[in-house]
Design a protein around this ligand. Structure first.
Ligand SMILES: *Cc1c(COP(=O)(O)O)cnc(C)c1O
Length: 405
């Protein structure tokens, strides 16, 4: 959607005279010229998979709340109960007085669920990824990243002193050709956030082992959704006994709350508690949030019915979309991108769907590589079979119309 020029210009006038040393206006104008200017949309009300924007209700097909956990009554009431016991915030960083029994209980529950030795909590996945890379890797080390890794991983790799090597998406042979012995960390996502496909985890583990490097898995989109008890991508791939050297995942997706954890061997967590500035110098997550997230872990472990419903919706969506000839990517996860290519066309599709009450997001460069603009559709257990049928019909119509302009 085009932002209102008049409204923006009014705000920008104040900055125009003091542009130097930061060329903000020029950067914004360049984005606007390329049709890539971003703006935020404000939801006025949210209820299950419905959201109200500009006074109008939409079915939300852009949320990462894969199991509908953010609206789950058990998790909501746990958050309220946690508030009554612990108050609104943690009051300090974890090494001062911000680490509570609520945090410890959540860490222990995650360790038991995923069979890891030790766990530490962060306020966001972005912070957790920065913390891992910045505290482990020095200028002497190399980080090998899948090209499609999340911005929080790429950012840490490119802004930090360590060497950054990017390997082609899920390409083990390319990674292998870039590897050096005992030099650093191989990093991949479990389920890729923009494509919905999965990493070749057995191969990554094997290459790390052979080359005496460490392997980190960011399972933000796999945890809760895939595998027995929602244990994630490794379990889904029949690799339930594999342990990455560093396992990271977030609470803001299938678990329905917010925040993240890093897990691994005891010495990794002890080391990060001592040396990660992102951890040591940041106010710890509110204990009430830890209480809610513990309830979320307990619920997600046994949420087979929600996972089965979600799997059914994914199957129906893919069958319908294929029959309609839509350009689906090969994804078995709730992330179902439609590859459009051109940014303007992706935007036009999103706008047309929104006009029909379906909230979908056009993802454009630089979030995805140039020429691969897409609609990123996400399905959740909060959707009904009817919602999926509505989506397929509306998509097919909008797709046909966009072909004919
Ligand atoms: C969402 C996401 C993050 C960031 O987590 P936040 O808690 O939202 O900061 C990190 N990695 C991946 C793969 C993600 O999808």
């Amino acid at each position: 959607m085009r932002p209102s020029r008049a409204a923006n210009n009014r705000n920008w006038d104040r900055f125009a005279v003091t542009e130097a040393p930061f060329a903000l206006l020029a950067a914004l104008q360049a984005r606007r010229d390329q049709g890539l200017l971003r703006t935020r949309c404000c939801s006025e009300h949210v209820s299950g998979s419905r959201m109200v924007v500009a006074g109008r209700e939409h079915i939300n097909f852009s949320s990462n709340d894969y199991l509908g956990a953010s609206q789950n009554p058990l998790i909501r009431s746990a958050w309220k109960a946690g508030l009554d016991v612990w108050g609104a915030g943690s009051g300090a960083s974890p090494l001062v007085t911000g680490y509570t029994a609520a945090h410890r209980e959540l860490e222990e529950a995650i360790a038991e669920w995923l069979g890891v030795e030790a766990v530490m909590l962060f306020s966001s996945g972005f912070a957790a990824n920065q913390a891992v890379i910045k505290s482990l890797l020095t200028a002497e080390h190399t980080v090998w990243q899948d090209r499609l890794n999340h911005a929080s991983l790429q950012e840490a790799g490119s802004q930090h002193a360590c060497r950054l090597r990017r390997f082609r998406h899920n390409d083990l042979a390319h990674l292998s050709s870039l590897l050096a012995t005992a030099q650093g960390l191989i990093v991949s996502e479990g389920v890729f956030s923009m494509d919905g496909d999965q990493a070749p985890c057995a191969g990554l583990h094997e290459l790390a082992h052979q080359s005496q490097n460490w392997w980190m898995l960011d399972d933000a989109h796999g945890l809760g959704v895939l595998g027995a008890q929602g244990r994630g991508t490794l379990d889904h791939q029949g690799l339930g006994s594999l342990r990455p050297d560093v396992l990271m995942a977030t609470f803001g997706k299938a678990l329905g709350t917010s925040g993240a954890f890093v897990a691994g061997r005891r010495e990794l967590i002890d080391y990060m508690v001592n040396f990660s500035r992102d951890y040591v110098y940041s106010t710890h997550m509110p204990p009430a949030q830890a209480v809610a997230t513990l309830a979320a872990v307990r619920w997600v472990k046994q949420a087979d019915a929600a996972r089965a419903h979600l799997a059914e919706l994914i199957h129906r969506f893919r069958t319908g979309a294929m029959q309609a000839g839509l350009p689906l990517l090969d994804s078995a996860t709730p992330i179902q991108p439609l590859l459009v290519g051109c940014s303007e066309q992706a935007l036009a599709l999103a706008t047309s769907l929104r006009a029909q009450g379906l909230w979908v997001t056009a993802i454009r460069p630089p979030t995805v590589p140039t020429g691969t603009a897409r609609l990123r559709l996400t399905l959740t257990a909060g959707h009904s079979v009817d919602d999926i049928e509505t989506l397929v019909v509306a998509l097919a119509r909008a797709w046909q119309e966009s072909r004919h302009v």
